[in-house]
Design a protein around this ligand. Sequence first.
Ligand SMILES: N[C@@H](CCC(=O)N[C@@H](CS)C(=O)NCC(=O)O)C(=O)O
Length: 203
Amino acid sequence: MLKLYFAPRSRAIRVAWLLEEMQLDYELETYALGDPAMRSPEYRADIHPMGRVPVLVDGDVQIMESGAILEYLVTRHGDGRFRPAVGSNAYPAYLQWLHYSEGMLMPQVNSYMVETFFLPPERQSEIHAKRAKKLLGQMLGPIDVALNGKDYLAGDFSAADIMTGSAAISAKGIGIDLSQMPRLAAYVDRLMMRPAYKVAAAL
Ligand SMILES: N[C@@H](CCC(=O)N[C@@H](CS)C(=O)NCC(=O)O)C(=O)O
């Protein structure tokens, strides 16, 4: 049975979302974000060296990094679903959007969260928070453009939609105005309507 180290309101939702889409059986070990147990020497030694989630265990395999876990799952358990064929035109777009999430969007989400929530108020910087939010808004623009005439970023719904889509959902959650990006706004709504997303987001 697959095991997912999970925390609500974290990137671990991406993995649970894909597992639900794939209808695979899995068990959760759930932590709260900030739980000291995730910072313990045992957790760092055995589960994640930085004390984070998600981590997936599949028999002898243990793997961290949400994007890598999604790619692992679709490649090893996907039976050709949730990832375009390697020789197809959609494949490069799939890789691009699979990585755009952690590469471009999440650093801004992280900075914004650090400057508005994680740091004690006296160390927070309004300037840094505003810059992160502005950059994040700009970095969402290419997704709106890519969605012209499409429901999903790389052919059928894929793991790339979970990665970049979940970052866009987070961006909406922190108050980015999507009204000037109507295709992205509709995409976010479309993703949030998926039954598998609803299950994962409520875990
Ligand atoms: N790039 C990593 C990021 C992992 C990460 O930073 N996870 C956060 C939650 S989204 C975490 O576990 N934080 C633990 C904590 O702050 O207590 C991934 O995509 O999996």
